[in-house]
Design a protein around this ligand. Sequence first.
Ligand code: FES
Ligand SMILES: [Fe+2]
Length: 422
Amino acid sequence: MLTQAENDFLTRTGPGTPMGDLLRRYWVPILGADELPHPDCPPVRVGVMSEKLLAFRDTQGRIGLIDEFCAHRGVSLWLGANAGSGIRCPYHGWKYDVTGQCTDLPSEPALCAKIKLTAYPCIEKGGVIWTYMGPPELRPPEPAFEWAEVPASRRFISRREQECNFLQAMEGGIDSVHVSFLHSGDLKSDPLHVSRGAQFTASTETRFEVVETDGGMVIGVRRPAEEGQLYWRITQWVMPFHTMIPPYGDNALNGHAWVPVDDHTVMTWCFTHHPTRDLTGAELETMRNGGGIHVKLIPGTHRPAVNRGNDYMIDRAAQSGGRSLSGVSGISMQDAAVQESQGAIQDRTREHLVSTDRAIILARRRMRRAAEAVAAGKAPDGIGPAAQRVRAASVLLPEDEPFFEAASEALVARDGVAHASV
Ligand code: FES
Ligand SMILES: [Fe+2]
């Protein structure tokens, strides 16, 4: 349980908030690279941490991320024309380049040099456009997650908007126990989850162990397996909002980034990659159709087709027939439904945490400490590549082996070596 002040501290990420200042010290995924496919293509509106921005690719192919609204009288530059190395406001013709600098002010050219919009640097890596919104002199090294470094043929990425605060969504990503309940039906049927390990996941006899690392946390959850062995599902949480899901069999690895759009909306990024092989046509087809951790979207939007507005198309017969605990179809939408139902920002003054919530308690503490450190002028955790080049794993271990030591190799991304998965 948190006090209201503690809950506010952890969940508010707008400019000038302690948590917002912390998150702004990392590279943040904002768009798929294919959403700005060519020079002078249409601009795209981007909401990040309560800032309304506009992304565009200029005539030279450079990516700009600037304040969405014209410095003159606040018209959305999304309406503007992207041509000739900048975007021109359709109201009175002021024009801006990728640095936010006004480059043409037809009625008063002398004023032009003094007008500059907020702008953030962007890079392209792993099929994603990332931005850095922190102090320019403290810009971190480029993101080094394994999914971003494998060839494009080995990964599939999607993103969806979720109607709740980022923290409760991220807490779902490190809550390994809910799998046995919320997703129990899908572990038997989703082609990208079926595996030998999935059978053990049905057990609710779980024990949690959490190990803090330099860049985040490793969460081991054990369940009984065959004679003398335990089945460990090992989740990675990497500062500040990345989670990696323990894999199933030879299926690809899955992970998320939970990026605040504003305090009541999170962009849930879903990353699937295989370290050593191309994804198959069947896998890609399944994911494009909302299988695995991906969802079907309303075309032209990032809003899922199954959503709060249609009561998640809940199937009461599937619930009463014991086929699904939630009655919601699809693993990611089951997560979204329960997390959105917690409220725009979950009221953590009323919760009752238990031992299986240990990872959540520690992650909150860690986020708080990191935000306080940044406020005191120190460097945040998990900035370098070592913190990011990690993997989730699922392994069988003898009963008496400590999981973190026994699985240490499996928890690091190694070129040319497949992930450890049962
Ligand atoms: S509002 Fe943009 S040029 Fe006037
Ligand atoms: Fe889930």
